[in-house]
Design a binder for this molecule. Structure first.
Ligand code: GLA
Length: 733
């Protein structure tokens, strides 16, 4: 049960469910933030906030009764600009006369059952109105007549609040939005730790923790994508919070383009957190009558450490973000030919791999890059989405039929947003790329970015893709995006609108994805951007899984998958077993370890199965059959992180079924140590009084496993000090 209450006497809004409360109010027409955290069951309705702070050099808001009423000190919901709050504003608008004050004051509110859609943007949703409630507060800037609608949704069962903002120009003159955050929140104290997910290509989403310090920390992306570098997620937690202890907040922006995240500790130790579209190279022209909708931010809360915060995000994304047939359906085990063949393949090679894989239990064959145009390497043919019949005589229909005859599904790789100079499309439409007049366009991986803000560009690619999809039975699409943007400019927009291109591109992409995914409801989509360069909730709204990283090395993957799991559910993480020496790191790890790590996500293989030894084939077959038995538990069970690869040599995590009758523990030791410290692995999430049996018949009680724990070294089969060992322990009540 969730509820949104408005207390008239104190002009206070209280949003709460069993777990959390979010409280805000109106003072002098300004929206003041009172509280976000664990549910306050008995709120006295007399809000406490720092209203009498006598701070010199903090201007009093004009017209305010209380002489200390300064925006510079008040905890606000959505701070405006140039009115004496010297912290970071949530918006910046240039009005027709060049002025930049934004003074949005409370006007009215409405409460809606359920959650309205966001026009043109991915967003969390409620299937049923009883699952969520939404408060929309209208504010008005009386001078410019601009309106601002702040939206707050509380879900009945999750400890999250979802926020977004919409601007309407209700005046008579044009204005330009220079910055429009999706959310802003002021916490009363900053003595906390900040954490976020930072990385690079092949090294995505490392978990970084650091103290919050006075001043402003800005994180984000200006790459035209949510990026490998900084994921659109940020958290703050009480000092020394752990997986199970401490108060932790997380903020996740449902957006795939340039994002900006701010954490600011002010002069009096308050802490402002903001997320939204990156304001660098952003501006949006708003003519009278126009409106602008920001993407939304999911704000999660846990009073029991990071683990519970992750669960809140996992549950929300699984239940209220991912859509379509595969939302609740377990995902097939796939084989992808990329690392097996790169561009060097023909029909026979592909079918040999498919056949050998089908015999081992693989369910889906994915034909990766190189099947179209005359693409023999990464220097040509993007934009020419027709099959290369020289490589694949009989076309896609032929190969897909042959794969289906093996009892497998058939999937295909596309990179629709890109174009090669050496392509028929480029010959016809050299002006369809993002390119700034007078400046040469930079190449990235030998390719240009198509201007997806333009309808005719999207239509052309859509029609080409549709033709391919109609030509053969295709069950899966991997949607890739292999470079970031530069020289961003759209020849279809005038000079006053160039600040809109990055965002219009993303809106165009979303429109395309909505069209494609609703026209092909049975296709399983996996998004990719050189691995995890666009692993974000925006893409997950259209595509239920993402290729987590181009780095398939099992040991690197421990950190990558661990970091990813802070926000994203296991069901969204594509994870493949590849060959050794690993193509990204050169490391050699046992097949078992590679399997255990890849099994901790949506399992796939990316190697030439025809070249495996009989022993490896046997192992692969066993892995697949084990995974199939437990994949419901792995993909959709509750996920617990037990040992962090960021803290020591061992990593462990655990999957627990909803009814707590089954659990699966995966433990990996990443390097050898002489006289290693003993690792006691305390399990989590079990029923204390239940008895659990392992596969050898050994019995443990739930509380014994959680309190006393297991000496994992006992379970490892190899030499006690050897590198790269793993084990997988299945327990059943
Ligand atoms: C990207 C993907 C890879 C593969 C290649 C093909 O790098 O992440 O998995 O599909 O493109 O060019």
């Amino acid at each position: 049960m969730s509820s949104i209450q408005f207390v008239k006497e104190t002009k206070t809004f209280i949003l709460s469910n069993q777990q959390i409360s979010y409280i805000l109010g109106v003072e002098e027409g300004v929206l003041i933030h009172y509280y976000f955290g664990k549910c306050i069951k008995n709120f006295s309705n007399v809000p406490e906030y720092p209203q009498n702070i006598n701070q010199s050099f903090s201007p009093r808001l004009s017209g305010a009764e209380n002489e200390y009423f300064s925006l510079n000190n008040l905890p606000q919901e959505y701070p405006g600009n140039n009115q004496g709050d010297y912290r970071t504003p949530a918006n910046e608008v240039t009005h027709a006369n060049g002025s930049t004050v934004t003074d949005f004051r409370y006007h009215s509110f409405k409460i809606i059952q359920g959650k309205p859609e966001l026009d043109g943007l991915p967003a969390t949703y409620a299937d049923d109105d009883s699952e969520a409630e939404t408060l929309i507060i209208k504010l008005v800037d009386a001078v410019s007549s601009m309106e601002l609608y702040l939206s707050y949704t509380i879900f009945a069962a999750q400890s999250v609040i979802v926020r977004s903002a919409r601007y309407v120009n209700a005046g008579t003159e044009d204005c330009r939005i220079e910055k429009a955050m999706s959310s802003s929140i002021d916490f009363p104290y900053a003595e906390r730790e900040l954490f976020f997910l930072s990385g690079a290509w092949a090294n995505e989403r490392n978990l970084i923790r650091e103290p919050i310090m006075p001043g402003t920390k800005q994180l984000g992306s200006v790459r035209g994508a949510s990026s490998h570098a900084i994921n659109p997620f940020l958290g703050i937690g009480s000092k020394h919070f752990t997986e199970s202890v401490g108060e932790v907040y997380g903020f996740s922006l449902v957006y795939s383009g340039n994002h900006e995240m701010i954490v600011e500790e002010d002069q009096i130790g308050q802490c402002r957190v903001q997320l939204g579209i990156n304001s660098h190279d952003f501006s949006w022209q708003l003519k009278p009558g126009d409106d602008f909708q920001t993407p939304e931010v999911v704000m999660g809360y846990s009073e029991e450490g990071l683990g519970k915060l992750s669960s809140a995000f996992h549950e929300l994304f699984n239940q209220h973000l991912v859509r379509g047939r595969y939302k609740n359906e377990t995902r097939p085990v796939l084989i992808n030919n990329w690392e097996a063949t790169y561009f060097d393949f023909d029909a026979q090679k592909i079918l040999d791999i498919a056949k050998a894989s089908s015999e081992l239990g693989v369910e889906l064959f994915v034909l990766d890059d190189g099947w179209f145009g005359h693409r023999e390497n990464d220097r040509s043919s993007l934009g020419d989405w027709f099959v290369n019949e020289e490589k694949l005589p009989g076309g896609l229909d032929g190969i897909s039929k042959a794969v289906h005859q093996l009892g497998m599904k058939f999937g295909l790789w596309f990179e629709p947003e890109m174009i090669s100079e050496d392509s028929e499309l480029f010959k016809r439409h050299p002006d369809w790329i993002l390119k700034t007049p007078g400046y040469p366009a930079s190449l990235g991986r030998n390719q240009y970015v198509l201007d997806f803000s333009r309808q005719e560009v999207r239509d052309n690619i859509y029609q080409q893709m549709k033709k391919v999809l109609d030509s053969a039975a295709i069950d899966y699409i991997k949607w890739d995006m292999n470079r970031n943007m530069s020289e961003v400019y759209s020849s279809a927009l005038g000079s006053t609108q160039q600040g809109e291109v990055y965002h219009r591109y993303i809106l165009g992409l979303y429109e395309f994805l909505e069209r494609l995914t609703s026209e092909c409801p049975n296709i399983l989509f996996e998004s990719c951007s050189g691995g995890g360069g666009r692993f974000d909730p925006g893409m997950l709204y259209y595509m239920p899984q993402t290729w987590t990283s181009d780095n398939t090395d099992a040991i690197s993957r421990l950190k990558i998958q661990y970091g990813t799991s802070i926000v994203y559910p296991v069901s969204t993480m594509g994870a493949h077993v590849s060959t050794v020496p690993n193509h990204q790191t050169g490391r050699v790890t046992p097949f078992e370890v590679r399997g255990d790590v890849a099994m901790s996500g949506v399992l796939g293989y990316e190697l030439n199965v025809t070249k495996l030894s009989e022993k490896e084939k046997k192992e692969m077959k066993q892995q697949i059959s084990f995974y199939k038995k437990h994949r419901e538990l792995i993909q959709f069970g509750d996920f617990y992180r037990l040992l962090s690869p960021f803290e020591g040599a061992a990593t462990a995590w655990q999957f627990v079924s909803r009814d707590k009758k089954e659990a699966l523990v995966i433990y990996v030791k990443a390097h050898a140590e002489a006289a290693p410290h003993l690792n006691v692995l305390k399990l989590a999430g079990l029923t204390p009084e239940k008895m659990y049996l392992d596969e050898s018949g050994k019995q443990y009680s739930g509380d014994e496993l959680m309190l006393l724990g297991l000496f994992v070294e006992n379970l490892l089969k190899g030499e006690k000090t050897s590198e790269y060992q793993s084990c997988c322990l299945y327990l059943k009540a």
